[in-house]
Design a protein around this ligand. Structure first.
Ligand SMILES: NC(=O)c1ccc[n+]([C@@H]2O[C@H](COP(=O)([O-])OP(=O)(O)OC[C@H]3O[C@@H](n4cnc5c(N)ncnc54)[C@H](O)[C@@H]3O)[C@@H](O)[C@H]2O)c1
Ligand SMILES: [Zn+2]
Length: 370
C-alpha cells in the first residue's frame, strides 16, 4: 500500500513516500542521506508522546541514534522564542553542516523546523515526517517554511525544500476527529482546484476515508501530494500557478483573522468554508454553473464539516470588515484582490479581476444566514 511521489525540482528534487507504518522504516529510508548515524528530531509534546518512541525504534533498526526536542503543541509555537530555542538546541547538539534535522509533527513543527534548517549554518538538510492530515497533503511538500510575526501569519520565512518526506498514514489514527476533518478541507481543495475526477472520488469515498479506511487514506494523500508536487514543480516560488493552491484561502485568512486565529476556526475548516464561498462568487460572476457551489457545500456537509459562516461559533464582523481583512491578505497585488475563482469543479484559475462589490454581496448574503 505504499506510494512514492517525486517532486521534480532539479538538484532539489525529493521523494514523498506515503503509506502505513512508515515510522518503522524511517531508519532504512533516511540512512542513505546520512554521513553519520545520528539525527536531531524536533517534535511537539503531543505528537512526541504518541509517536516519538515509534520513530526511535524505526531509526534504531538501521543503527541510527537520535536526540530530540519537544516544543509545546499549537500555533503559538511558530514564533521567534521557539525558533530561537530550536536553533540554539540544534547548535548545542552540535548539528553540523552535513547532518540532517527531522521535523516530526503537524504543519507548525514542519514550518518552524524547516525554517530553522534553512538558516542553521546557512542551511542544513531536513526530513519532514508530517503527522497531521494537513501536513501530509500540504505543508510538508513544497518548501515553504517560516514562523508568524505579531503583524501576521507566515510573514518570516524561507523557501527550503526537504530532502525526503515520509507521510505515515497510520499516525493519522491518533488525530482528533476535528483535526482530521480540518485537514480534509485541504484535500477537497485539490479536487476543486484541478481534478474533477478526484472530487467525484471524494464524494464516493470521503466517508470511508474519514472512518479510517487505510487504502482510501493512502489514495487521497497520494493524489493531493501529486497535485501539489506538479504545481510546485511548475512554479516553485509562487510567481504564478502556485497561487492556485490558495483556492478558498483569501476568504479563509479573513475569517481566521476575524476569529483571532483561535480554535473557533481551524485553518482547514476556514479553507472548506472559503472554497464554498469562492464557488459561490464564481457562480455569481457567471463563471461556473449554479449547481457547482451547491455540490461543494453538499459534500462538505456530508462530511460533517463546517460549511457556512453560521457554522463558526461566536460573532463575526460585518461584510465590510471582512472585506478589509481580505485586503490585508499578503496575496493582494497592487491593491487589487487576487482571487482564485473557478469555471467549474476542477477548473480553478488566478485572477485579479474581481469587483469588490461582488465579494461584498457574497459576504453579506453569507452573513445574513448567521
Ligand atoms: N508550509 C506550507 O506550505 C503550509 C501549508 C499549509 C499550512 N501550513 C501551516 O501549517 C500549520 C497548521 O498545520 P496543522 O494543522 O498540522 O497544525 P499543528 O501542527 O498545530 O497540528 C494540529 C494539532 O494536531 C496535533 N497532532 C499532529 N499530529 C498528530 C497525530 N498524529 N496525533 C495526534 N495529534 C496530532 C498537534 O499536536 C496539534 O495539536 C499552520 O501554521 C499553517 O500556516 C503551512
Ligand atoms: Zn491552507
Amino acid at each position: 500500500m505504499q506510494e512514492t511521489v517525486y517532486v521534480d525540482l532539479g538538484d532539489r528534487s525529493y521523494d514523498v513516500v506515503i503509506g502505513p507504518d512508515l515510522l518503522a522504516e524511517a531508519g532504512t529510508r533516511i540512512a542513505p542521506l546520512l554521513r553519520r548515524p545520528r539525527l536531531a528530531v524536533v517534535s511537539d509534546e503531543q505528537v512526541a508522546a504518541l509517536h516519538l518512541d515509534g520513530l526511535r525504534a524505526g531509526l534504531a533498526t538501521a543503527g541510527i541514534e537520535m536526540v530530540s526536542l519537544d516544543l509545546p503543541a499549537g500555533e503559538a509555537t511558530k514564533s521567534w522564542p521557539h525558533f530561537e530555542r530550536t536553533v540554539e538546541w540544534l547548535l548545542a547538539e552540535k548539528v553540523e553542516r552535513n547532518d540532517v534535522v527531522v521535523a516530526l509533527g503537524g504543519g507548525v513543527i514542519g514550518d518552524l523546523v524547516g525554517f530553522a534548517a534553512a538558516v542553521l549554518r546557512r542551511g542544513v538538510r531536513f526530513v519532514q515526517i508530517p503527522t497531521s492530515l494537513l501536513a501530509q497533503v500540504d505543508s510538508s511538500v513544497g518548501g515553504k517554511t517560516g514562523i508568524n510575526a505579531p503583524q501576521g501569519k507566515n510573514l518570516i520565512g524561507a523557501f527550503h525544500q526537504p530532502s525526503l518526506v515520509l507521510a505515515d498514514t497510520s499516525v493519522l489514527q491518533t488525530l482528533t476527529p476535528r483535526d482530521f476533518i480540518a485537514g480534509y478541507g485541504e484535500v477537497v481543495k485539490y479536487g476543486l482546484l484541478g481534478d474533477a475526477v478526484f472530487f467525484d472520488w471524494l464524494e464516493q469515498n470521503g466517508p470511508a476515508l474519514s472512518a479510517g479506511d487505510m487504502a482510501a487514506r493512502v489514495r487521497a494523500v497520494t493524489r493531493s501530494v501529486q497535485m501539489k508536487a506538479d504545481i510546485v514543480a511548475r512554479d516553485e516560488t509562487e510567481q504564478g500557478d502556485r497561487a492556485l493552491l490558495n483556492l478558498g484561502h483569501t476568504f479563509c485568512h479573513a475569517l481566521e483573522a476575524a476569529t483571532g486565529y483561535s480554535d473557533r476556526l481551524l485553518h482547514g475548516e476556514g479553507v472548506a468554508i472559503g472554497c464554498a464561498l469562492a464557488f459561490e462568487l464564481s457562480s455569481r460572476l457567471g463563471l461556473c454553473s449554479q449547481e457547482d457551489p451547491s455540490r461543494v457545500r453538499a459534500h462538505l456537509k456530508a462530511m460533517g464539516m463546517k460549511t457556512d459562516l453560521a457554522d463558526i461559533p461566536g460573532d463575526l464582523p460585518g461584510a465590510e470588515a471582512l472585506l478589509d481583512l481580505m485586503g490585508q491578505d499578503k496575496k493582494v497585488i497592487d491593491g487589487q484582490l487576487r482571487f482564485i475563482l473557478a469555471r467549474g469543479i476542477g477548473q480553478a484559475f488566478v485572477t485579479s479581476e474581481v469587483p469588490a462589490d461582488a465579494v461584498r454581496s457574497v459576504l453579506e448574503d453569507a452573513l445574513a444566514t448567521c
